[in-house]
Every structure is written in structure tokens, then in C-alpha cells.
Design a protein around this ligand. Structure first.
Ligand SMILES: [Zn+2]
Length: 357
């Protein structure tokens, strides 16, 4: 894949890890640790290895996936940091998808009140979303990202060749967040990314999509880095019900990917937008075409439980206060509305009204 893409703040499209090497040369960290899981160790580490300084330590997580975002795995990283004598002049590099970067960034940002870290996302999902925004987190009591910090990486290296290691389901997983960013920012339906299918998209199209997502998300995050003003809440579009579905699936030991849950959550939010008084510009059926495209491109791998079951998970989402459930809706493409209060009846109506695929 071609390089020639301009960096956005400290996020670099970095095929030969030149930005990372530059940083290592400029900062001479006392120690460097690379966190991998069995998948990224097998498929991605060889591309990074030649660019690492002598003496780099490799911290290998024995598992991969959502289950590594646990206190036990954070504890294991802290143990490793102790064992290798990591101090605040060291650097921890996360090589992996969103789960590795969330865990590694959490463990780094809390150890010694903050050790510097660098993210190298290896999935489309983490390239377009998880590695941008300065949030870290682990799951707790079955709830996603219940414990975490706001902490910015020293840099993010996007190496698009890693996309060649992903299967179609994993690419669709990342595409969901890209569609979300586009729905939040583009008023022109022609800019919507399903005009070209995932199969037909080429390397340049993916690079362009990644850059577009980074630019949209960075722009939103820069306006509201600590989530105090509300702007950042727009990124939660599709996530309240999506997270509920993920939490439910986790409890059932069903594997539902984040992007799959969010794509379904966006379909519900689009349907609720059609009948919400907070979205007067939207008429019933307006979003059915988008909803069908989402279902085709990013299908759910399981049946959905009853609305009441998911509602309990939605009420315990950390972004909801007490009995209220606040969601993000769209008053038209590119026009998000935050803090829209919905009821169980709204949720049931939307669930029943989803267009057939
Ligand atoms: Zn997400």
C-alpha cells in the first residue's frame, strides 16, 4: 500500500514506522516493552521487529479478544513492568486491536501514575476508532469499559498492510465505526460508504476511509477531550443499545463483535429517530434504506433477546443516570442529537419496526 498520507496531530500513517523510530531516537526511553497477543505475535510482530531498539521486552498475553480487558490482565502487565524495571522514562507499545490498546493504555496510564505508551492498531476497527480519542478501559462485572482513564498516547502508527491479515468479518467489524463517523458528519448521502461494498474496496479506498474517520473523530474529540461538553457524546451513536447487546452476549458466551452490535444499535437509533419529536426533520421510513444496507454489510451473528432483557443492560450503562436512558439520534444525516431520553416503549417500537433485510 502507498504511504503518502499526511499525519493528523500525533496519528501517523506510518508504513515503515518512521514516526515511531523518530520518537525513539528523540526520546531515548530507558526501556521499551511491546504488548502482543497470540494473533498479533503471529501475524504482525515481524513487520515491527526490525524497527525496535535492542533490549526491547515482549509482553505476550496468552489470550486475545474482549476477555483480556480484565483486572487480572492489567495486573499481569503491572507485574511485568515491575519485573523489567519499567520507569516513567520508558515506553510501552501496544501491538493489536482495540482490546490490546485499551488494556495496555489502561495499565500504562495507571502504573507509576502514568508511563508513556504508543499504539499500533492492527485491525480496521482500532485504526478508525479505538486508537483515536485518548480513552483507556477494562471491563468490570460484565460491563464494558467500566474502569478506565483519559490518557493520550505519545503517538499512533497506522500500518495499513496489517489489514491484509484480517478476514471479511473483522473488516466489517471496523467498517461499522467508519459508517458511524460518516453518518455523524456527512450531510450528503452520496458520501455514505456503502456505495462501494467492502469486497470491491481497494487499498486506497481503505486508506481514504481511515483518514476520513480519523479526521471526523479527532475533530469531535478535540472539541470535548474530557467528555464534559456533550460534543463527544455524539460518538455514542448506536452504542447504548449496541453495548447492551454486547454485554448480554458476553453473559451468554456468544461472540458478537463490537461493530456488529453497533451496526445493529445504529439501526435501532435510526428507527427511533424516525418517530422521535427531537428529530422533526426525519419522516417514517427515511432511514430504511440505510438500515437495510447496514444489515446486509454487517449482519448480526445471533438472534436478539427480548427488549426487556436488553433494557436492563441499557439502564446500567455508565452514561445513563438512574432510570433514564439517553441515546443519540439523528435529525437527518450529519445532524446528531444527544441526550434524547427514550423509554422502554420507544425501544420496543423501534425493535418491532426494523425493516427486513
Ligand atoms: Zn464503538
Amino acid at each position: 500500500m502507498k504511504a503518502a498520507l499526511a499525519p493528523t496531530s500525533d496519528i501517523h500513517v506510518d508504513p515503515l514506522f518512521a514516526s515511531l523510530r523518530q520518537w525513539l531516537g528523540d526520546n531515548s526511553p530507558t526501556s521499551v516493552a511491546v504488548v502482543t497477543d497470540p494473533m498479533t505475535e503471529k501475524w504482525c510482530l515481524s513487520a515491527l521487529n526490525p524497527h525496535l531498539p535492542p533490549g526491547t521486552q515482549f509482553l505476550r498475553l496468552g489470550q486475545h479478544g474482549e476477555k483480556i480487558k480484565s483486572l487480572e490482565h492489567a495486573h499481569a502487565l503491572w507485574d511485568s513492568f515491575e519485573g523489567m524495571g519499567m520507569d516513567r522514562h520508558g515506553l510501552v507499545i501496544a501491538l493489536g486491536g482495540g482490546t490490546i490498546s485499551d488494556l495496555t493504555a489502561f495499565a500504562s496510564s495507571t502504573y507509576l501514575r502514568g508511563v508513556r505508551f504508543w499504539l499500533i492498531p492492527t485491525t480496521l476497527l482500532s485504526m478508525v476508532d479505538a486508537s483515536i480519542g485518548g480513552k483507556t478501559g477494562i471491563n468490570f462485572r460484565g460491563l464494558k469499559n467500566r474502569i478506565g482513564t483519559f490518557a493520550k498516547p505519545e503517538g499512533v502508527s497506522i500500518h495499513t498492510d496489517f489489514l491484509d491479515t484480517l478476514d471479511a468479518r473483522e473488516m466489517a467489524n471496523g467498517w461499522a465505526e467508519h459508517i458511524k463517523h460518516t453518518l455523524l458528519a456527512s450531510e450528503d448521502a452520496k458520501e455514505l460508504p456503502w456505495e462501494k461494498t467492502l469486497e470491491s474496496a481497494n487499498a486506497e479506498a481503505f486508506e481514504a476511509a481511515i483518514l476520513r474517520s480519523i479526521s471526523i473523530k479527532s475533530n469531535i474529540v478535540d472539541q470535548d477531550a474530557l467528555e464534559t461538553k456533550g460534543t463527544r457524546k455524539t460518538l455514542n451513536f448506536g452504542h447504548t443499545s449496541g453495548h447492551a447487546l454486547e454485554s448480554w452476549a458476553m453473559a451468554q458466551s456468544l461472540e458478537v463483535k463490537h461493530g456488529e452490535a453497533v451496526a445493529w444499535g445504529m439501526r435501532l437509533a435510526l428507527k427511533m429517530s424516525e418517530f422521535s419529536s427531537d428529530c422533526p426533520q426525519v419522516k417514517p421510513g427515511d432511514f430504511d434504506g440505510i438500515s437495510r444496507s447496514l444489515a446486509t454489510l454487517i449482519p448480526l451473528p445471533c438472534a436478539v433477546p427480548d427488549a426487556e432483557v436488553l433494557w436492563e443492560f441499557m439502564r446500567s450503562d455508565k452514561k445513563n443516570l438512574g432510570e433514564q436512558v439517553n441515546v443519540v439520534l439523528l435529525n437527518g444525516l450529519g445532524c446528531p442529537r444527544v441526550d434524547v431520553n427514550v423509554t422502554l416503549a420507544d425501544f420496543e417500537q423501534a425493535l418491532a419496526g426494523l425493516p427486513e433485510d
